[in-house]
Ligand binder design. Structure first.
Ligand SMILES: [Zn+2]
Length: 398
């Protein structure tokens, strides 16, 4: 990271206010191209499942092939997001199957020259060498397995390589950070068994969205390093979805990685305070308006936008510098091996100025180089750290 880099150059005074290095376009291009850029969370699947064509340049949303190529993507974990309302009537596994199908059929199947299914770290490297975007699949919301370790194993067979233990809802075996009740709950005995089974079959344990207690329980139980697929630092933006310094350090000690979420509220306290995340009054209004809403993810998005407009919510956007500040902070407290990218594109409404969609990743490369990060550092942040956690999960498989 930057201290090492600056010392290597022989500089003697190091401070956060050190002048930015002048970086040429050619250098940005060269360094970016030398990385295998892996993003561990993208929700474009909630669009493709209802017919969005990822192959065409779109003028809305954050993700399509054209923008992926401009962003120099090496690999993407697509989210099999199962909303909490599928719990009612036991439709969660059905929904997960549909979401897996949209990755395999609508994204990879329809665009075989651009995407290739990846099931292992070696697959990721192989796809990248072929000039394709390695495509991986993770379940978001442990309720998807409907309390069945058998379904967990079925989902692994279909390609799922991480499972986020909860979404915003507490399920029968794990507490979530997303509801007041769940925040005090951790893993039940079944929850601990599920984590052990994930280790045994080689599926990464993802602790984004979970309650602090679930995090500590999972850290204790898991024999493989944990992944936080899309979370940032609570000491910078104080929202329950972000991780405390203590959690980040403990996760890193066991070989895990925090994949920084680019949602404005995750990055900036100002953004959080002007959004549903940090303002309980706004959150209650929104919850009341959405209470009995039934519909597809797309319809929900439209309805949400309508309600947000009627409330007059005006979230202050975060910036590229805010994203860099989170990377810097994790490096400072937990080391260069503990940080990655899990941007949450098409899963968050507000994106930072300078990181508006998947095409903007070279801006981040420039900002990191300006800060004094070396090409080697950036390769770790962008992909090598994630590949290390993947390999550890593969090794834990029995
Ligand atoms: Zn999420």
């Amino acid at each position: 990271m930057r201290f090492v880099a600056i010392l290597a150059l022989g500089a003697c005074a190091v401070s956060a206010q050190a002048p930015k290095r002048l970086i040429t376009d050619a250098e940005v291009k060269k360094v970016h191209k030398s990385t295998l850029f892996i993003d561990t969370h993208n929700d474009v699947t909630s669009r493709t499942v209802t017919g969005f064509d990822i192959g065409k340049a779109a003028n809305d949303g954050h993700t399509d092939i054209v923008r992926y190529r401009a962003g120099g993507f090496g690999a993407q974990f697509f989210a099999v997001y199962v909303a909490a309302n599928y719990v009612e009537g036991n439709r969660s596994a059905h929904r997960a199957m549909e979401m897996i199908d949209t990755v395999r059929h609508d994204i990879i199947g329809k665009h075989p020259n651009d995407f290739a299914l990846a099931l292992t770290a070696d697959d990721v490297i192989r796809a990248h060498k072929q000039g394709k975007i390695a495509s991986l699949v993770g379940i978001e919301g442990g309720h998807a397995i409907e309390d069945s370790p058998r379904l967990l194993r079925d989902f692994y067979a279909l390609g799922i390589r991480y499972m986020t233990l909860t979404h915003s809802n507490t399920n029968t075996w794990a507490g979530s950070s997303g509801d007041l009740d769940g925040r005090t709950k951790g893993l039940t005995p079944l929850g601990k068994d599920i984590v052990r089974e994930m280790n045994r079959i080689g599926m990464m344990v993802d602790i984004s969205h979970v309650s602090d207690k679930t995090f500590w329980d999972a850290l204790e139980v898991s024999s493989a390093p944990l992944l936080a697929s899309h979370s940032s630092c609570r000491s910078i933006s104080n929202i329950p979805r972000n991780m405390t310094d203590e959690m980040i350090v403990a996760l890193a000690k066991k070989g895990g990685v925090v994949q920084v979420n680019f949602g404005c509220e995750f990055l900036s306290q100002k953004s959080a305070n002007t959004s549903t995340f940090g303002n309980p009054a706004i959150r209650e209004k929104l919850a009341a308006a959405m209470k009995d809403f039934k519909g597809t993810a797309e319809e929900r998005r439209a309805k949400l936008a309508e309600v947000v407009k009627s409330i007059g919510l005006n979230t202050v956007p975060a910036t590229l510098d805010d994203a860099v500040a989170h990377i810097d902070h994790i490096v400072k407290i937990a080391g260069i091996d503990a940080v990655g990218i899990g941007a949450d594109y098409d899963g968050v409404d507000c994106v930072p100025v300078g990181l508006e969609d998947v095409s903007k990743m070279p801006n981040l490369t420039r900002a990191l180089l300006e800060k004094g990060y070396t090409a080697k550092d950036i390769r770790k942040i962008y992909g090598e750290n994630t590949l290390r956690v993947m390999r550890a999960a593969e090794k834990a498989r029995k």
